[in-house]
Design a protein around this ligand. Sequence first.
Ligand code: PLP
Length: 396
Amino acid sequence: MPEEKALSTQLIHHPYQPPAGFMAPQPGVYKASTVIFPNVAALQARDWKEKAGYTYGLHGTPTTFLLEERIATLEGGTHTLLVPSGLAAITLVDMALLNSGDEVLIPDNAYGPGKELARQELSHWGIAHRFYDPANPAALAAMIGPATKLLWLEAPGSVTMEFPDLSALVRVARDKGVLSALDNTWGSGLAFNAFDLGEGLGVDISAHALTKFPSGGGDVLMGSVTTRDHALHLRLKGTHMRMGWGVGMNDVEAVLHALPSLALRYAAQDAAGRTLAMWWQQQPQVSQVLHPALPGSPGHAHWASLCSQAAGLFSVVFDERHERSQVHAFVDALQLFKLGYSWAGPVSLVVPYDLSVIRPGSAWRGTLVRFSLGLEDVADLRADLAQALRAAFGAG
Ligand SMILES: Cc1ncc(COP(=O)(O)O)c(C=O)c1O
């Protein structure tokens, strides 16, 4: 090789190394597909399954390891995997733990796309599913048979917000020898500890849409799967590796950046959510306000026995005497609440749902509207709701 290397080579193989020991409030961000090994022995010795070293970008960088460890701490678990969305977290659990001939039980009020995954892909792969009523642990126990391998839990249910007796459901799974997996997006590791529900009970797996509270910005899609069991973690990790579900370092950086304010945002959105949910209880147009922290809401006693906090998320059921078009006119008249899916970002959001589509057979009649609180001033949000009610329904 010539003594003096070409400029193009020098710019790639530059000898300068910055001094070690740099410290700042935010961790550095490491981006890599390729990880460089110092020698063949190191290449052969390193195991992608363990966090002792680095093998390939998909299997971890200092940046993903940091977020994994922080999410594990947040949730009270010990091992976390990152995936590209909350829905991918649900998919990872299903794919890793279910085989053809197995059955999975899913609450009938679970996040809709997770139910659709069972109806479509899982069915195509010969994996059966049934939906169960999370308010009835005894009926659930009777449904579990030899083929049942996984029990999904969600607290509270998506959109209709019923809070189940989580301990009773987990006890059913444990007594029957079935793995339990919770969609922990609502609790976010703050409202309750999914791995320690009391009396020695806890879920086996927590799936979390980091898209919501941990990201907090409405601009990142990411999910996580957390366990306290190393062997179970390795089962999940094997599927995670073979599926190639990596996450982008800019997104990981964004979540790491947002985590320090998670508890403050959660508490602020909780306070605003309860203020507005109680305001809705006074409005004559609605027949029910669905917020687990409000007495009278389905499962309130279960929420109260497990949690002191709640996510800033609730639904209202408009009385069935009101036409759906009138409810839609109310939603369209909102100015600060924006019409869009997801929750936990800075902007308050609203979505109307047709109960006959999302919960066929439920006792509720009328149109449901779900609100997700952002970080705007709550008095401004209340004024927005009031003006939209006047616009769609007149003086009251
Ligand atoms: C309860 C719940 N779980 C999972 C998800 C999926 O998250 P993502 O949008 O990141 O796929 C959502 C999204 O709305 C959700 O509400």
